[in-house]
Design a protein around this ligand. Structure first.
Ligand code: ATP
Length: 584
């Protein structure tokens, strides 16, 4: 083949490049690295795998017995046209058939059992890892792409570690048994037919890398499609009100076309690959038929023996194909595996080794020389903050947009760890204690009113599932939410839709505060608590939150002057203004 033709063929076998908004390519990994990485999940299932391989060995043994029966059928029944041995042979055939059905059923069930258990464990591990990622990582990653990694790419890990490996092992065992039988039947003929083996191998390794490139592209485009879809649907009203439907559809369409392009490229690869494999098979069969004539002529085989030999030989091609396809299949799955590994390699915001629960206390907060820069950001998000809040004090943290108020909330709940300085609750550095215990002590009401698609009641008890109905109502009253909840069609049992969209912003806000009040924490951080409320409602809410009975420390991150009327102290994050001022 000339190099120009070779280049053109190579280009035809690649997926089409182009398009913006693509997710990054995950780093490539060696197959052995991948295997080592996921082996711990497969280890507990290794005996089931071994049993599967035993069953796989039984299947070709049955095939050999069937071929021998076939030989008897030709030589003892068909050639002499004799009826007598037929009944016994037929009974044996039926028996073998039943046994074969039993073995393949058991093998199929076992394979599904192992792969599903592996998948369940893997999905749980990846999902819990994603949930443990720090807030800044979630901000940076594209949700749709992460979802694709959690679903189809995780399935690729299963194929790589279980399905392909057990298929490959099965094929190998089958091939060994069949080849041993062929050698036993007529060794010269068997050796001649083995010549095509290396040909199969050569063809498959040639195509393995092409398959991987196309699979990588396919998976990357799948991730990009997921993020474009998620972004457009999550922001459907923005897309509609700004007339961006055509743009969104065209971007969606572009990624879809690219997926189709990758599928077509894979199909072109198969179109070249499979006929070559067929050709190799044909060469093997023709070789055996030619030599078979010689074996018949020299009485080395009977006609029944030759036919049985050919029947077994044809059965060898299945496992040989599986083995030849194994390397391309592993490469193809590894494209998905790389994307899962990249996700798993994101550092989790877990606890330090030896972290202990935060000891009990009354709720003092101390921030000492803390500064934060988000990963990849050019600017410092929070430069050198120091702040002391007494137990039970109500402090407002004010500052212009982007001055770091939300970042302070993230630091206090350990969703973020400071680059320098110490954040302490009741004198204990939060970084040295478990995140769960810090979050039990410090409750945050986020600026984006985050709601689940569940009833009002279920949303309120999210942080304290054992709360009684009376406690739920008391918290709702304190957050000025009870009256509007009572007016909803099913009161506290009303479902509020995805992200609570069937409620107004101000209603969601009050529910978010009620939910936080139900938590037993000693420090409450409210990020812009009066968003969406009119001045009267904001006053009512603040009066209720800071009124006589409350004994928590409250830190309010806000712009709202109404809030400032209700706090003990105001601390400014604006470097150009006085740092601190006492209001009461
Ligand atoms: N995940 C992130 N990655 C990079 N930079 C971030 C991230 N989150 C926030 N920032 C930056 O950190 C700075 C502080 O952000 P923060 O959200 O804490 O401000 P804020 O005072 O709460 O603002 P606002 O009043 O508008 O809510 C901003 O400059 C912002 O651009």
């Amino acid at each position: 083949m000339s190099t120009a033709v070779g280049r053109r063929l190579a280009a035809a076998l690649r997926a089409a490049p182009e398009q913006s908004a693509l997710v990054d390519v995950a780093a490539s990994l060696r197959l052995t690295e991948v295997a080592r990485r996921f082996w711990p999940l497969l280890r507990p299932l290794r005996w089931w795998l071994a049993l599967g391989v035993l069953l796989l060995a039984a299947a070709p043994a049955i095939s050999v017995a069937e071929a021998l029966l076939y030989q008897r059928l030709v030589d003892d029944v068909l050639v002499p046209a004799a009826f007598e041995p037929l009944l016994a042979l037929a009974m044996l055939y039926i028996g073998l058939n039943l046994l074969s059905g039993l073995v393949s059923g058991a093998d199929d069930y076992l394979a599904t059992y192992v792969s599903q258990r592996f998948l369940v464990d893997l999905r749980r591990d990846v999902f819990s890892h994603v949930l443990s990622l720090p807030a800044a990582t979630h901000d940076r990653r594209r949700l749709g792409d992460t979802l694709t990694r959690l679903t189809s790419d995780v399935a690729a890990v299963e194929r790589f570690m279980v399905s392909h490996v057990s298929d490959g092992l099965g094929a190998l065992v089958r091939l060994v048994v069949l080849v041993a039988a062929l050698l036993w039947m007529q060794w010269q003929l068997a050796l001649a037919s083995l010549v095509v083996g290396p040909l199969f191998w050569w063809i498959s390794t040639r195509f393995a890398r092409l398959t991987r490139d196309v699979s990588r592209e396919r998976r990357r485009r799948g991730g990009s499609l997921g993020s474009v879809t998620e972004e457009a649907l999550a922001n459907a009203s923005l897309v509609q009100s700004y007339g961006r439907e055509d743009r969104a559809v065209s971007s969606y369409d572009g990624h879809n076309r690219a997926i189709a392009g990758a599928e077509l490229a894979a199909s072109r690869i198969r179109a070249v690959f499979l006929p070559l494999v067929d050709l190799a098979e044909l060469v093997g069969v023709l070789l055996v038929v030619t030599l078979g004539v010689w074996a018949l002529a020299t009485d080395k085989l009977t006609l029944g023996g030759l036919l049985a030999f050919l029947a077994l030989l044809l059965q060898c091609f299945g496992p040989v194909r599986t083995l030849a396809d194994l390397v391309p299949a592993l490469y193809s799955a590894s494209a998905g595996v790389e994307r899962v590994v990249e996700l798993l390699d994101e550092p989790a915001g877990g606890d330090r080794p030896g972290a202990t629960p935060l000891p009990p206390g009354r709720g003092t907060v101390s921030v000492r020389g803390v500064s934060v820069t988000y990963p990849g950001a050019r600017q410092v998000a929070l430069p050198d903050l120091s702040l002391d809040v007494d137990a039970g004090e109500v402090v407002a943290l004010v500052g212009p947009s982007g001055s770091g108020k939300t970042t302070v909330g993230r630091l206090l709940t350990r969703q973020l760890v400071a680059d320098t300085g110490v954040v302490a609750v009741d004198g204990h550095d939060v970084a040295a204690h478990t995140a769960a215990s810090v979050r039990d002590a410090v409750t945050v009401v986020h600026q984006e009113q985050l709601m689940m698609d569940a009833s009002v009641h279920d949303n309120l008890v999210l942080g304290r599932p054992d709360a009684t109905r009376a406690e739920v109502r008391a918290a709702a009253r304190a957050a000025d939410a009870h009256d509007f909840v009572e007016r909803l069609p099913s009161g506290y049992d009303t479902r509020i839709g995805q992200r609570g969209r069937s409620l107004s912003g101000g209603q969601r806000q009050r529910l978010a505060i009620a939910r936080a009040l139900l938590r037993p924490g000693r420090v409450l951080v409210l990020d812009e608590p009066t968003t969406g409320l009119d001045a009267a409602a904001a006053r009512r809410l603040m009066a209720s939150l800071t009124g006589g009975e409350q004994d928590r420390t409250i830190i309010v991150l806000t712009h709202d002057p109404v809030v400032l009327e209700h706090v003990d102290r105001v601390v400014s994050l604006d470097p150009d203004r006085t740092r601190e001022q006492v209001t009461t």
